[in-house]
Design a protein around this ligand. Structure first.
Ligand code: A2P
Length: 277
């Protein structure tokens, strides 16, 4: 009679070992178009809040299919959080939306991106302009201590088609405001600096309209009690949305006299395309 080997954790796990594999810890579906998920963070991964990484799955041919995802968690967090769209053509996105806790995904630990504090000159007030899943890098930056060290006021605008698409951001900001651990880390009363300005374009909500139109006609400034609009001496901005949105906001910021900066040449604003994303 052959002796039975005890089933240890090592012998029980049958999942294939992927290169740069990380484990899915949590998945939350927000709407039929949007979901967020948390994965283990590789020890080797260092990133700056606001950056993105390549994430994906193995394709049918056994080769990794990777796309850029903005990291929604702050740089100090133990786990990585991602916020993404589901419905789009392409095999990866279709499969990614079906991931569940315990699954493995591939994560290339090489973060990049322009929405980082180093790309901006010192200022007093920072604007985060997001549409749709372009909120993700700001979910990271809103939990980043440097945001509050560098600025007296942090204005986050988020424009979505429908009210339900604002929910991830709304809850995140609500949780930031009551998170005692975060207050201990960042400083007492830090969340009082946040001003949240959500708008919708295709469903009734308290504030309707594209943020671009609301900036151009001065509604935003009136609502927030800001005299004289955006000023290059004091205001800084980070932008994350669709290509068309980025293009339009960039033109508005330039009309206010702000210049686009980069890591290598910090100026008054920076722009990133919302990835997958
Ligand atoms: P709209 O409904 O008027 O197109 P999407 O879901 O297509 O990524 O869009 C997210 C949000 O961004 C929508 O509310 C959309 O408004 C808005 N949006 C899209 N393009 C622009 C743009 N060029 N300027 C301002 N807002 C935009």
């Amino acid at each position: 009679m052959t002796e039975m080997k005890p089933v240890t954790e090592a012998t029980a796990v049958k999942a294939p070992v992927l290169p740069d594999a990380q484990t899915v810890l949590e998945v939350k579906h927000w709407t039929d178009r949007l979901f967020s998920f948390k994965v283990t963070r590789p020890q080797s991964l260092r990133f700056r809040s606001g950056e993105f990484v390549m994430i994906g799955l193995l394709g049918d041919n056994g080769k990794p299919i990777l796309r850029a995802y903005s990291i929604a968690s702050p740089s100090w967090d133990d786990v990585l959080e991602l916020y993404s769209i589901k419905v789009q053509d392409g095999p990866l996105i279709l499969k990614m939306q079906h991931i569940k806790p315990g699954d493995q995904i591939i994560l290339r630990p090489k973060p990049v991106g322009t929405l980082v504090h180093d790309a901006l000159l010192p200022g007093k007030r920072i604007w985060f302009f997001a549409t749709g899943t372009g909120f993700a890098p700001f979910a990271s930056l809103l939990r980043e201590p440097q945001t509050y060290e560098d600025y007296d006021e942090v204005i986050i605008t988020h424009t979505c088609r429908e009210v339900a698409e604002l929910e991830y951001g709304r809850q995140l900001i609500e949780n930031i405001r009551k998170d005692e651990m975060l207050e201990e880390l960042i400083g007492e009363g830090f969340a009082d600096k946040i001003r949240y300005y959500p708008t919708t374009t295709r469903e009734q909500s308290p504030k309707m309209g594209r943020i671009t139109d609301l900036l151009k006609d001065g509604t935003v400034f009136k609502d927030l009690g800001i005299e004289g609009g955006i000023k290059p001496e004091t205001d800084r901005a980070m932008v994350c949305g669709s290509l068309a949105f980025n293009h339009d906001i960039k033109a508005i910021l330039e009309d206010f006299g702000l210049r686009e900066g980069a890591n290598s040449e910090p100026k008054e604003f920076v722009v990133e395309k919302a990835f997958v994303g």
